[in-house]
Design a protein around this ligand. Structure first.
Ligand SMILES: Nc1ncnc2c1ncn2[C@@H]1O[C@H](COP(=O)(O)OP(=O)(O)OP(=O)(O)O)[C@@H](O)[C@H]1O
Length: 284
């Protein structure tokens, strides 16, 4: 395999009793790449993460994580990855600080990193709270801080910012981009199209156990921008959306000549629009 591949998945399948959750998935994620899995509930996102992190065994297919075949998942591999899923076990009777300090000792990370991360994820003022007394958003931030304590080479995030307020979500985005810039590969799942557009280098749209489309957010937007439109704000404040045709060109020309146009933008489809075009289904 290529040295720079952090994840390599080939023809992955996973069946449960009565359901085939993953039908046939292949993809790769490079070092320092944020790869987003986007798909509606039940598409198979969490199942994929569980297989890739050794929590579930695939029915068939080949998976390599940091160059190691997943069937021989070693303890050494766990030290090189970080996992944030909703079942990441925290010690409920320990405080926020104690939880992180405990894992820092295990992973031989200096406690200065604990202090830094508490600040970064906005938990510094809550560090003396028991983990059992945290809100859902705080718990999520603590799990994320724990997952990135040792600056893992590969990070798995299942819905990292769901339910968080916009400013915390944006602090977390910054942290993830910084990790990416330092070479961490990140596989994340999200329902949030804006988040995927902003964060991801590459995106796979997952539907019913298959990857139905993939590419960079830009590539997908260009590919699916078949019906080009323009959004115009007139000096009167009125907003209009017009299709790209001869009539529109004439209308815009006449509005320009009479000074009626404030702004004009071409409308690009969102990832949500693209998902509907590809699958006929809404993302959420
Ligand atoms: N342990 C299990 N036993 C049986 N079926 C399962 C199990 N885990 C998942 N499934 C089924 O596999 C399919 C994919 O589930 P998965 O949790 O991977 O979806 P998801 O894309 O992560 O959805 P969500 O966005 O709601 O978390 C679903 O039909 C689900 O019911």
């Amino acid at each position: 395999m290529t040295q720079d591949l952090s994840i390599k998945v080939k023809e992955l399948k996973k069946s449960f009793k009565g359901t085939t959750a993953i039908k046939d998935i292949s993809f790769t994620v490079g070092k320092g790449e944020i790869f987003g899995f986007l798909g509606p509930s039940g598409a198979g996102k969490t199942t994929t993460i569980k297989i890739l992190t050794g929590q579930l065994k695939q029915t068939s297919g080949h998976v390599e994580i940091l160059g190691q075949n997943i069937t021989n998942f070693s303890a050494n591999l766990y030290e090189r990855i970080g996992i944030m899923t909703d079942n990441s076990g925290l010690y409920e009777r320990m405080t926020v600080y104690q939880n992180l300090a405990f894992f820092a000792r295990l992973l031989q990370v200096p406690t200065s990193r604990v202090d830094e991360l508490l600040q970064r994820v906005g938990l510094a003022e809550h560090q003396k709270k028991l983990a059992s007394k945290l809100s859902k958003g705080m718990t999520q931030r603590l799990i994320l801080a724990r997952a990135v304590l040792h600056q893992p080479e590969l990070l798995f995030l299942d819905e990292p910012t769901s339910g968080l307020d916009p400013s915390t979500a944006s602090a977390i985005h910054e942290l993830l981009l910084e990790l990416r810039d330092n070479g961490t590969a990140i596989l994340l799942t999200t329902h949030n199209m804006e988040e995927a557009t902003f964060l991801c280098d590459n995106i796979a749209l997952l539907n019913d156990g298959f990857i139905v489309e993939r590419g960079t957010p830009e590539e997908l937007k260009i590919k699916f921008n078949q019906e080009k439109r323009y959004r115009i704000t007139k000096t009167s404040g009125q907003q209009v959306v017009l299709a790209d045709n001869h009539e529109t060109v004439e209308t815009i020309q006449s509005w320009f000549q009479t000074g009626q146009i404030e702004t004009i933008h071409s409308c690009e489809p969102t990832l949500g629009d693209i998902f509907i075009q590809v699958t006929g289904r809404k993302l959420v």
